[in-house]
Design a protein around this ligand. Structure first.
Ligand SMILES: C[S@@+](CC[C@H](N)C(=O)[O-])C[C@H]1O[C@@H](n2cnc3c(N)ncnc32)[C@H](O)[C@@H]1O
Length: 262
């Protein structure tokens, strides 16, 4: 990626990581992704929509399950181009669009999922994206989310504000994780019935998780790029510091829910 040093100061944290070679950008890593995909039971009869595929890592895992169709909705053109390299063939496409306003017909999907994309939205945007999932799914269809969550169900408002502000400052995007109960409420308020909830540690930048998610060669590539790029290194260390500081408050969560309209 041809990026100016000054860009690294302002760039959202996930694009800093991506420009260093990191491909897995969700809080629970590939482990929690596998759990979510297992619980979504994607098979040959499914019409799948992925919100925010990023660099397309989960897209390729989904396509190995040979769904009838697969459409990704990604708002970032460069990410969409990268995701496209994993998505080719009949009834497979990546559309550059906002998940709040998806240019697809209602009640056409049997499975929708999105990872590390709701946490960064405002309350209104979160609602709108979940409303879109409900509009696009057929009754009985499944919706999977994989997001950041607040581990303490009774976290006091001041502490929540501190976590949000520290993370938003370090990542340079809005960061508004909810407690498990709040994520579940949000889904239930839009006609979803929760089938499964799984949590994992928020270890995005831990050594063990980096090796699990990126493999040895990916890890070496990221490490080499970090050594060469001081601005990016500062950003990564800043994010890691905040993840460690708030480790007790943070976790990753995956929820799979069925659309059961009244
Ligand atoms: C943290 S990255 C996660 C990427 C990928 N899902 C993963 O877990 O590796 C966030 C992604 O969400 C996309 N995104 C954020 N808001 C979106 C929206 N409203 N509609 C579509 N894509 C969105 C960003 O462009 C970016 O690709």
């Amino acid at each position: 990626m041809n990026t100016l040093a000054s860009d690294f100061q302002r760039m959202p944290g996930h694009w800093v990581l991506a420009s260093l070679g990191k491909r897995v950008l969700r809080p629970g890593g590939l482990g929690l992704t596998r759990v979510m995909l297992e619980q979504l039971h994607i098979g040959h009869d499914d019409d799948v929509i992925e919100f925010a595929p990023g660099l397309g890592v989960t897209a390729s895992m989904t396509l190995q399950r040979h769904p009838r169709s697969y459409v990704a909705i990604e708002q970032d053109e460069r990410a969409a181009d990268t995701a496209r390299s994993y998505v080719s063939g009949d009834r497979r496409q990546v559309i550059v669009a906002d998940a709040q306003d998806v240019p697809l017909e209602s009640h056409t999907a049997t499975v929708i999922y999105g990872e590390a994309m709701l946490t960064m939205q405002s309350p209104v945007q979160k609602e709108q994206i979940i409303r879109e999932a409900a509009r696009l799914l057929k009754p009985g269809g499944k919706y999977g989310i994989h997001e950041m969550s607040l581990a303490n169900p009774t976290i006091d408002p001041q502490r929540r504000k501190e976590v949000r502000q520290d993370l938003a400052r370090a990542i340079r995007v809005n960061v508004a994780p909810l407690t498990s109960a709040e994520w579940i409420d949000l889904l239930e308020n839009h006609g979803f019935h929760v089938l499964a909830v799984q949590t994992a540690p928020m270890h995005l930048l831990h050594l063990k998780r980096l090796l699990e998610d990126e493999g040895i060669s990916g890890f070496l590539k990221i490490s080499g790029n970090l050594l060469r790029n001081r601005q990016a290194r500062q950003r990564v260390l800043e994010m890691r510091r905040q993840f460690v500081k708030h480790a007790a408050q943070l976790q990753a969560i995956s929820i799979v829910a069925e659309f059961r309209p009244k």
